[in-house]
Design a protein around this ligand. Structure first.
Ligand code: ZN
Length: 326
């Protein structure tokens, strides 16, 4: 899990994926034919092969906070970058690219649960506006300062969404023994803002089929909703979320790969959420698409939780898909 730890530690809010991109590029380069970055910031890794074009996408960006105003006392107002829930961010630590650390609090200390993001501010420990402005500027972004830790066979940290997917895609790329398709492993930008990077990448690549590798919520915690996934039972083969319905050919391809490699899997149908599969699916005249999910608890919090065995099984499934002709 050393590589996953390094991936999670990177500062990579939507639109500022450059640091993580360099790390992934160095890891992937020895295993691909060519590697380049497009205008959106997607890292596109192409591996030559005789067959059709297969696109596998994992997003590099994480949710974050952008500074919109600095007051006379040195407190920062902010807007969300991606899906930030008020109940997740209150009293949490955040970190700017410079290393400046802040704590999120809210105006109404009596009823903090009723606070929306507009009633919240970031306290970076500044005594006044001048000190705050010496540390951060309007437009700067922060991300959760989560703790990466192994908990037996499980792991917690910030940005497992979607560093777990990046890890699986990287590891699958390294492990694949053959490449019968022309493979495009794409580490996408700005997924959290509406699948933006995957859309432009798919337009350029024109894949015959595409898959997102991303996290998805579980239904295995106390009083949780009826989500079908549980930790520890293998990757989810996602047939639906709010962004796509799996094309039967894409469903059969991922199912066939999991079965032939003997990888445990869970069939998933999600009521909510979206993945890069949605943008790939609607690219140009349409592309058969589906998604592979790493089952994950507490998504978009600073302490997401996933199962190490599920993450490794997802990597093994990615390797098998790479080795399978479309
Ligand atoms: Zn995600």
């Amino acid at each position: 899990m050393e590589l996953l730890n390094r991936l999670c530690r990177c500062f990579s809010p939507s639109g500022r994926e450059d640091g993580l991109r360099e790390l992934i590029k160095a890891e992937a380069a020895p295993f691909v034919t060519d590697i380049y970055t497009d205008a959106m910031g997607n890292l596109i890794c192409r591996k030559a092969g005789p067959g059709k074009r297969l696109m596998l996408a994992a997003h590099m960006d994480e949710i974050g906070f952008m500074v919109t105003h600095i007051d006379d006392s040195g407190f920062l107002r902010f807007v969300n970058v991606g899906g930030v829930a008020a109940h997740n961010c209150l009293n949490r630590a955040v970190e700017f690219e410079s290393g400046a650390v802040g704590v999120i609090s809210c105006e109404n200390k009596e009823k903090p649960a009723s606070a929306g993001l507009a009633q919240m501010y970031i306290d970076i420990g500044a005594r006044d506006r001048a000190e705050a402005e010496s540390k951060v500027s309007i437009g700067d972004m922060a991300v959760y300062k989560g703790e990466f830790a192994l908990m037996g066979g499980r792991v917690t940290g910030k940005a497992l969404d979607d560093r777990a997917g990046c890890y699986a895609l990287l590891k699958g790329l390294k492990a694949a023994a053959a490449c019968p398709n022309e493979l495009f492993a794409v580490f996408t930008a700005q997924e959290e803002l509406g699948l933006r990077g995957a859309g432009t990448a798919a337009y350029a690549i024109e894949p015959a089929m595409g898959f997102a590798i991303d996290v998805s919520m579980t239904g295995d915690t106390p009083e949780s909703s009826f989500a079908s996934l549980s930790l520890g039972k293998g990757p989810g083969l996602k047939l639906k979320d709010a962004s796509f319905i799996a094309n039967p050919s894409a469903r059969d391809f991922m199912l066939g790969a999991a079965r032939s490699a003997g990888i445990p899997y869970q069939i998933e149908a999600a009521a909510r959420g979206g993945t890069d599969a949605g943008a790939i699916n609607l690219s140009r005249t349409g592309v058969p698409a589906a998604a592979i999910s790493v089952p994950t608890r507490y998504i978009h919090s600073p302490q997401e939780v996933a199962d190490v065995g599920d993450i490794e099984a997802t990597a093994a499934l990615v390797a098998k898909m790479i080795e399978t002709a479309l």
